[in-house]
Ligand binder design. Structure first.
Ligand SMILES: CC(C)(COP(=O)(O)OP(=O)(O)OC[C@H]1O[C@@H](n2cnc3c(N)ncnc32)[C@H](O[C@H]2O[C@H](COP(=O)(O)OP(=O)(O)OP(=O)(O)O)[C@@H](O)[C@H]2O)[C@@H]1O)[C@@H](O)C(=O)NCCC(=O)NCCS
Ligand SMILES: Nc1ncnc2[nH]cnc12
Length: 305
């Protein structure tokens, strides 16, 4: 295995671990975790584990595409879209037809490829260089697709037509603004304060739920439900969030409520997984996050231990 294969494999492994770190975060109201299947009758933790196993080689293959075509971002994106379709098929095969990570494949696939391209081009990756590469890869193509959309079949497409919300595509088009401005700073602060990582991940999830237009909530309900969930998340955060003494009992009660009402913030769960991946990739744990803007891939160095 040559150097590039090793880097691609390491990126795939980091993506894989981020998927497991996300689903193991507990208790996540309405979502699958170690205590409950949330508002999902068709999946549990083992479904996500099987899906993550199946997807790992595809994230590595997408990183390889980034490495191979570092100077032609358009080519990277068109190549990984084909891989993305194959990854979706592998996901459905591993889960017996359940959609665990369709949206995640899109966003983690794009970023895995962008990481590969940055490392091949610069021997390192920063948040800035990563998002610059990602924008060169996807922005024009996705903007054209969204503006030229005529048939609205998927949940996200129906949401776009009905409400103008952009969902997973919107995150990619914006250079993952929700992650750059909401979740990554919360996660980095929690890690640098030495807090329990499960609580840091819960705090990060709620920061996302308080602001993100989650397609899953909209598709299952409407904008009113989305605004209600954002309000509940804001309330939870303002009473101390995941770091308050009563956090777990509050979240378990909220889980029952979300299950009864079929509320699931699958999009925010995806963004949590991507945030974990980026925190692992970009932050070596030695400095305050705000000071850090040049990162090497630290072989084996992981903020989460
Ligand atoms: C570009 C696609 C993602 C198009 O998909 P779609 O048109 O459906 O667009 P969205 O609805 O916006 O996104 C689909 C999934 O993305 C996640 N998501 C939702 N909101 C956001 C957001 N604001 N930011 C980021 N990501 C978001 C979410 O995925 C997760 O939830 C799914 C599991 O939950 P569940 O409720 O069970 O979902 P369903 O089974 O659909 O509902 P039920 O029937 O159960 O009620 C799971 O997918 C998680 O990942 C949204 O569901 C993409 O699909 C596409 O076009 N792919 C083609 C290949 C490609 O372009 N690849 C690029 C390179 S890899
Ligand atoms: N833990 C989870 N539960 C439900 N949907 C999800 N989508 C991504 N992660 C999820």
């Amino acid at each position: 295995m040559d150097k590039n294969d090793k880097i691609a494999e390491r990126i795939g492994d980091m993506a894989y671990r981020a998927l497991l770190e996300e689903v193991y975060t507990s208790p996540k109201p309405g979502l699958v975790d170690l205590y409950s299947n949330g508002a999902h009758k068709d999946m549990d933790v083992s479904t996500f584990e099987r899906s993550a196993d199946a997807l790992k080689p595809y994230f590595a293959a997408m990183a390889q595409e980034g490495i191979k075509h570092k100077d032609s971002p358009f080519e990277i994106f068109s190549n990984i879209r084909r891989l993305g379709i194959d990854a979706e098929k592998a996901m459905y095969h591993a889960t017996a037809g359940v959609n665990t990570h369709k949206g995640l494949i899109f966003n983690m696939g794009i970023l895995s490829a962008a990481v590969g391209a940055c490392i091949e081009r610069d021997d390192t990756v920063t948040l800035y260089s990563l998002m610059e590469m990602e924008q060169a890869m996807v922005r024009d193509t996705l903007l054209k697709e969204v503006h030229g959309m005529r048939d609205f079949t998927s949940n996200g497409e129906k949401n776009l037509q009905k409400y103008g919300t952009m969902g997973a595509r919107g995150e990619a088009i914006s250079g993952y603004q929700s992650i750059r401005t909401i979740s990554l700073p919360v996660m980095a602060k929690g890690i640098s304060e030495g807090r329990d990582f499960n609580l840091v991940k819960l705090q990060t999830l709620f920061a996302l739920m308080s602001q993100v237009d989650d397609s899953n909530i909209i598709a299952r309900h409407n904008l009113e439900a989305l605004h209600e969930v954002k309000g509940l998340a804001k309330e939870f955060l303002s009473s101390g969030g995941a770091y308050q003494e009563e956090a777990v009992s509050i979240l378990k009660r909220m889980d029952k409520d979300f299950i009864d009402r079929n509320i699931s913030a699958g999009g925010c769960a995806d963004l949590l997984a991507v945030t974990i991946f980026l925190a692992d990739l970009l932050w070596d744990g030695s400095k305050e996050f705000s000071e850090v803007n040049e990162f090497d891939i630290k072989k084996g160095q992981r903020p989460m231990g």
